[in-house]
Design a binder for this molecule. Structure first.
Ligand code: CTP
Length: 406
């Protein structure tokens, strides 16, 4: 899949550099052409000989060869590559990149690179969390570089937390999805909400539902793979997602979900509300844990704001709004009511009566209904396939400008 793609890996000084030989092997298996640049510090962690043998290319550490005086052209290298990934990216190199410091071959290559640049931080937990590092990461992202989030787990220091270099298999996946991204939705901004919300009863208890986030995450992934810039607003979910076109924001309650959706809705072309947002929230969540008493407990609930309905009222000409309807009775009739009352362009119906559909399944069975009440039923499919069907249907709308009205 990566046949002939030219990739530079920039290796910096970190224990996790031991994962780079595996990454090179994986890229070579995909028939990519790999060149390695290293900071002098990195050579203490993994040898240039290992990396040159595996990449089948000379490893570049210095701007020139001290024996022959021959110059290594960082400019040529920067023009050559389809993608430059700095992995592991140490706190030191990230700080230098953010400030334009150019005191080694890796840094001058970075400054000369004309291709997309990814960086995969690896460092100890406290270094990663330090405001300076976080600020530098933000600076690099603001310049258009793509962050590959470090994983959480055991660190070289013996501590446990965020800061591990992402696994080579996952880095490969990110590179592959980036280099094979289509441009069908290029320039489009998409907002997806996903997952459940948690409504606090007291500091340790909450009201929620069984939503896993699978459906919304699959839609986000599909849009991102087709070139859209996706803002994924997710309620609590065990799912992880890393794609250069996806920016994920985590929220907990319906109120937070509302605030984030409203804040970004104006700038989005397409919005898909796949989240299972709580319809009710406790009137007075307790600040302290509710103690057990030997009598009934009543929790008073009040309705949450219907986000989709609010967005439907704010929708402007050219914006597409898609909602979900999870029904147990009178499915089609109820879904059509939601479509009309919430001013949607499409509603995606899943019925809890269909085995394998709805929450906590890898599969889903949907019917999409459009504004003219045309019904498009689909077979039971894997959620990633269902996401393709939903995005295909939305694509038809974006291609049909007549259809998009406020
Ligand atoms: N939704 C929302 N804000 C809420 C509740 C739901 O934006 N407070 C959205 C969901 O994301 C979904 C759609 O509304 O896209 C329909 O959700 P669903 O739970 O099926 O229906 P409700 O409108 O909540 O009505 P009911 O529970 O009575 O079926």
């Amino acid at each position: 899949m990566l046949k002939g793609k030219k990739i530079i890996i920039g290796v910096t000084g970190s224990i996790s550099a031991f994962k780079i030989p595996v990454l090179i092997r994986l890229l070579k298996k995909e028939e990519a052409i790999v060149k390695i640049v290293m900071t002098p510090a990195a050579t203490a962690f993994v040898t240039p000989l290992t990396l040159s043998t595996l990449s089948e290319n000379p490893v570049l550490v210095e701007p020139f060869n001290r024996d022959t005086g021959e110059w290594n052209s960082h400019v040529e290298l920067g023009l050559w590559a389809d993608l430059f990934i700095i992995a592991p990216a140490s706190a030191n190199t990230i700080a230098k990149m953010a400030n334009g410091v150019a005191d080694n071959f890796l840094l001058i290559s970075y400054l000369s690179a004309k291709c997309p640049v990814f960086f995969a931080p690896a460092m100890d937990l406290s270094m990663y969390k330090h405001p300076t590092t976080q600020q530098n990461i933000k600076i690099l992202q603001s310049y258009g570089n793509f962050l590959i989030h470090p994983a959480a787990g055991e660190l070289a220091s013996g501590l446990c937390g965020e800061g591990r270099l992402e696994e080579p298999e996952n880095i490969l996946g990110i590179i592959k999805s980036f280099l094979t991204t289509k441009d069908e939705f290029a320039g489009k901004k998409v907002l997806i909400s996903a997952g459940p919300t948690f409504e606090a009863i007291d500091p340790v208890r909450f009201i929620s539902n069984y939503s896993s986030g699978n459906m919304g995450y699959a839609i986000a992934w599909e849009f991102a793979n087709r070139g859209a810039k996706v803002l994924l607003i997710s309620g609590p979910s065990h799912l992880d997602i890393q794609h250069p076109n996806i920016n994920k924001t985590g929220v907990v309650s319906a109120r937070e979900m509302y605030d984030h959706c409203i804040a970004h809705f104006d700038e989005t072309d397409i919005t898909v509300m796949a989240a299972a947002i709580a319809d009710y929230t406790p009137v007075n969540p307790e600040v302290r844990k509710i103690k057990k008493k030997n009598k009934d407990l009543k929790i008073e609930l009040k309705p949450t704001v219907d986000i989709l309905e609010t967005l439907g009222k704010q929708k402007k000409s050219g914006q597409i709004l898609v909602g979900f309807a999870l029904e147990t009775d009178n499915e089609l009739e109820n879904a059509k009511k939601k479509l009309k009352n919430k001013n949607l362009d499409l509603v995606v119906l899943n019925s809890l009566n269909d085995p394998g559909a709805g929450f906590q399944h890898e599969t889903n069975k949907i019917t999409i209904i459009d504004r003219d009440f045309n019904e498009y039923p689909y077979q039971l499919k894997n959620k990633s396939e269902v996401a393709k069907d939903i995005v295909d249907r939305i694509k038809e709308l974006t291609d049909n400008k007549q259809y998009i009205k406020a």
